[in-house]
Design a protein around this ligand. Structure first.
Ligand code: MN
Length: 266
């Protein structure tokens, strides 16, 4: 009996300690026979004090519902191009390879998380899904569609931890706060697409010098056809996780904002 009481006491003492680490779901993809997520995402979440949980691709609504009920926040990750038909456009030749199952998974997952009121951070393709899933559109190919864009958005010869182009940042935005009230930043760049028409409820909060959207956040209500739990939604076209090489890396703060929102509950 004493042992039993002691173990109950241990559980009661330990529970609040363990309950304080928010679980941050990270959308995965399939590569051949493997479920994949770059380690930079899981590392960044850990540096920010969260517990990463990789979510395998599925299009099953019940599985997605079970997953969003098990996490405190969601990160949508980078990857291949979306099918342009999903945002009402014919595919240009310069649109890249598409993966219909992942398109479906990403759209269902982010809509379910937003409906549940979870905080969401979308990165690269994960920012683009915020547009595709909530009524916006994408540039299918910046170099061939925007003649005035001369910035190199597909860096080469440098690792993801090396930033290559500047951005201007909206005062008061999540990114402005994350980077210590910075109105300028330097970021990495691995994309040829970007948000074109902003979905209802969102605003661009960072731009490159050629006018490409480099970060977005929710500023109001989504279009009425989407279920909206009302929590923070952030997106970056660049990869803050690849820039988060250590605890002192400034971009870890982006993930700290997400973890803090996750800890606050909904
Ligand atoms: Mn860029």
């Amino acid at each position: 009996m004493k042992k039993f009481i002691a173990s109950i006491a241990v559980v009661l003492v330990a529970l609040p300690l363990f309950a304080k680490v928010p679980v941050i779901g990270i959308s995965g993809y399939v590569d051949g026979s493997k479920n994949m997520v770059n380690v930079t995402y899981t590392n960044a979440v850990r540096l920010a004090g969260g517990c990463p949980l990789i979510i395998p691709v599925t299009t099953d609504d019940a599985q997605i519902e079970a997953v969003v009920s098990s996490i405190d926040a969601l990160i949508m990750t980078g990857g291949s191009d979306f099918d342009p038909l999903l945002y009402g456009e014919e595919p240009l030749r310069a649109n890249g390879d598409i993966v219909p199952v992942r398109d479906c998974f990403d759209i269902k997952l982010v809509r379910a998380a937003v409906a549940k009121g979870l905080p969401v951070l979308g990165i690269c393709r994960g920012e683009q899904v915020l547009s595709v899933a909530f009524g916006g559109t994408l540039w299918q190919d910046i170099p061939s569609q925007i003649a005035t864009s001369t910035v190199k958005h597909r860096q080469s010869g440098t690792p993801g931890s090396y930033p290559t182009h500047t951005i201007s940042i909206e005062k008061g935005s999540f990114l402005y706060k994350a980077l210590g009230n910075a109105e300028k930043g330097v970021v990495n760049s691995f994309h040829h697409q970007a948000i074109k028409d902003m979905p209802a409820g969102f605003k661009a909060v960072a731009m490159s010098s050629d006018g490409i959207v480099e970060a977005v956040e929710r500023i109001g209500a989504l279009a009425p056809e989407y279920k909206d739990g009302g929590n923070v939604i952030m997106g970056t076209q660049f990869h803050p996780e690849a820039l988060s090489t250590g605890k002192d890396s400034p971009f870890v703060k982006v993930f700290e904002i997400l973890v803090a929102k996750a800890a606050a509950g909904c």
